[in-house]
Design a protein around this ligand. Sequence first.
Ligand code: NAP
Ligand code: ZN
Length: 353
Amino acid sequence: MPSQAKAFAAQSATTPLAPFSFERRDPLPTDVAIDIAYCGVCHSDLHTARGEWHGTVFPCVPGHEIVGRVTAIGDEVTKFAVGDVVGVGCMVDSCGTCPSCTDGEEQYCTTTGFVGTYNGRDRHSGGHTLGGYSDKIVVDQHFVLKIAHAEPDLAAVAPLLCAGITTYSPLKHWGAGPGRKVGVVGLGGLGHMGVKIAAAMGAHVVAFTTSPSKIDDAKTLGAHEVVVSRNPDEMAAHAGSFDMILNTVAAAHDLDAFTSLLKRDGPLVLVGVPEHPHPSPNVGNLIFQRRAIAGSLIGGIAETQEMLDFCAEHGLTADIEMIPIQQIEAAYDRMVKSDVKYRFVIDMASLAG
Ligand code: NAP
Ligand code: ZN
């Protein structure tokens, strides 16, 4: 018998999220059933629920920063046992056989594409996937992560499942570490984790913010220097000096201001997916110093486990503000105003209330 899940869903791009219930499948042989304790609130949830990216299938249950406890396992599950604390991030499925999947880069699956934890094509139900703003979820063990952090940290671990891996993966790919000067643009959910992780990797970290009120926090998070990006003099002082810049901004903006700060061969790595396109960048800025503008999508499952273990070892979690699910619309409204310090996390116990 499939089990009934309680959730919050958007019924259209213009209706607020509201209580909703639906069925989760019974665990198949390689599935893990999880009671969700906490779910982080990613800006992608807002982009999707409010139809900013188009292509949203309603009803939409967002949420892909999931931490919970295993309640049941399928007959062939070997990685997990009932009672384990586990995580689920942005993916719940992929083809498993294409070159990206066999390389452990399931997010770049080239045949079916990865199946998102929400708004993806659910190959079991035939409908679309429904995410973590719910009390339970059933996921194939390959897409479930082990959590080594201590129990009191679990709410603050949830954002690692998206914000953590989305910043860890490009920082590692482009060699953030000792002797490297790394910029992180936008101090929101992703950016604040980018600062923490880049600092833990040993890089010299410069945080760029549009919010002067976040300067002190940025230093506490681990930034060695902080630049208010609306101030041209502060920006000019860093011209041509960065080995890489990771840009997490969720809105369209001028990229030239950042490409001009890169050294020869340096990449500006975009992870933000704004509703409207960025203005076309100045190609001269790229050509004359062989600079690049690159993109990066979350990270593979093996790398997500590596990131979780790295964060546990270095004592890293997100800085969070816990909310009951009934406050999700107010949280979204604050996120649009860059007023998040630095990730909302939903206490899923509030669904029972
Ligand atoms: P967030 O918490 O809202 O943070 C975004 C930050 O960007 C804000 O806090 C703000 O920081 C800055 N910002 C916002 N509007 C700006 C503007 N108009 N000009 C300049 N800076 C602005 O969002 P998030 O959850 O970190 O997500 C960031 C983006 O990444 C979203 O588009 C999301 O969909 C995307 N994302 C991508 C991936 C991926 O795999 N590539 C994964 C997850 C999320 P300051 O106040 O410091 O300026
Ligand atoms: Zn996300």
